[in-house]
Design a protein around this ligand. Sequence first.
Ligand code: PLP
Length: 429
Amino acid sequence: MKRLELFPISTSIENDQLRIAGLNLHSLVEKYGTPLYAYDQDTLDSAAQAYKTALASHYPAPASVTYAGKAFLSLFMAQWTQLHNLTVDCTGEGEIGIAAAAGVARENILVHGVNKSDADLAAAFDHASTIVVDNLSELKRIINVSPAKLPDLWLRLLPGVSVTTHHVHTQTGHHESKFGMTRDEVLQAAKLCKENNLPLKGIHFHQGSNFRDPEPLLPAIEMALDLVKEIGFLGEWHFCPGGGWGVAYHEDELPHPPVEHYVRGIAEAVVDGCKIRNLSLPHLHLEPGRSLVARGGVAVYRVGAIKRRGNKTWLLTDGGMADNPRFALYGAKYACLPVSSPKGERSGVVSIAGPYCESGDIVIEDLPMPNVREGDLIAIPVAGAYHLSMSSNYNGARRPVVLWLNEGAAKVMQKRESVQELLVRDFGL
Ligand SMILES: Cc1ncc(COP(=O)(O)O)c(C=O)c1O
């Protein structure tokens, strides 16, 4: 069954029940309740390995993989990155704090942010080895603070070239984007770095998220290499064409776009581009978030009520936009399966919505599904990226329990939030 290929690689069906990493989802729900998120370590490991293998085969100079923590960062997740010696891209003091608390070493922390606060910069000075400078004002603030130990600086270029993503809100590299610096601004920033003797070591851009054709990266790579030639880096220099490689969320999008295709496209363009310009090969960094962790995650919800309205059959679940706002934000398209009898005949078309007071609190629209009754569990695959990291307490929602599944054992990565914890920031009259 094609839909099953969206699930983690350790997924199986035994006794007509969905299992992940050998664990029955029903039994996990009995113990931990719903909504429940589970990450499968095998799937995460194999995604990290796919990047490393592809880089080793196609890029003949040093290369590193950076996990974009915005996809989902927790102590457990940050510690997992270190099993693979990944760099962790942190946006702001919060993510820096999580990575540092997880024991990620300074050399593996890189800091992004489009409008970094003074507190973000202070945390970066304390914990990071690299700051990716987004704009000239930020650079001037760094110069003013002039900390005793300044991390390496990379400049973020706005290439003005878009990639094809499924929604305009997941594009970042087009010329009207709020991210990064224009070509002229990058040159001004490089000049400021030279004048102030700052450790300018690299160049970065990121064009968008969830694309599956690396072709639009090529003109941006050319533009970045032209800039590098003009700036003239001394010694080892770093180049990062961001992340954004896509994953399949729905069976219509299968197969999952191969990481090898993406890495080879970039590696060849960098090698050829450097050769033509007589540049030394940079330390190449790739910065995936979604393609490392999305497929590893599954969300499990319980269906409460079922309503028939016109042509729609609504399955109303106990999770929705508070743990996964992606449909509300940009119409993300998902699939799902019932936990019991997942291979049952697709007897109807259903839409799935959560319990929150918003009409946009939709998880899936118009999906052919096997029969599901009130009280049944459903599992939504490809739930590992940009769900929990964008989750909220809307309507007083308590953020879900998150499990780590490996070799037949489940560990709690994050417990379910309690009502008491919803009050910790509050003062009464
Ligand atoms: C600077 C930067 N790097 C990497 C990523 C990761 O993107 P993705 O999770 O789509 O790979 C993002 C996502 O927005 C980003 O802004």
